[in-house]
Design a protein around this ligand. Sequence first.
Ligand SMILES: [Zn+2]
Length: 227
Amino acid sequence: MESVLTLFALPQAELLQFEVRALRTPHVFRRCARCDQRRPFVSSERFRVNAHQRLLDVWLIYHCNSCGLSWNAEILERTPAHQVDSLQAYLENCSAQAWREAFEVNTLRSRGLQVEAAVPYEVRWRSEDLAQSALDPGLTIEIRLVDPVEVRLDRLLADELGFSRSQVSKLSKEGVLRAESRAKNPLRRAAFDRQKVFLHQELCQKMLKAAPSDSLLGLSLRRLVGS
Ligand SMILES: [Zn+2]
């Protein structure tokens, strides 16, 4: 049985979530027939559905960002109606469905379209209660990509924690910041959903001085460092 003193001496663990949400869907870059120039096309969040007997064509409608000319991006071609799971969503112009289709960046690219790589996003911080034994000691940051936003991990951490990217790299080399990944150089790669980043207590101690005391980060660090 562990004594009370040992329990107090146990390293503490805290979890913060970075919830990353896109502010808009990716643009498709193509030549606009009316502008006679290459333009960004913006999803209208509306679909067009055509039926040929029992076969359906579905498009997501985009508009030229400059002149408003519409252009339809193919989603489904001559597909038997009974195989179309999201038919109701297409018919009702469900915006969540339109959002998902516009983020099918790899599918759109496989059709020869040029799709924007990185869209503007916002990050919300959330504090999560987890069993402390489930985490490494120190502060764990879990990244939640609500939308499939492409963002380099070092940029995300630098922006949110108030470091420069070279500082983030230095902290990683010192071993006080560690990103979960199967790949080499995870900091230089795109963050993935549910990715965890571990900040050692030593680093938390240093960060506490700079973190605003009423911020979620400040509160988490204070609980962690115990001051
Ligand atoms: Zn145009």
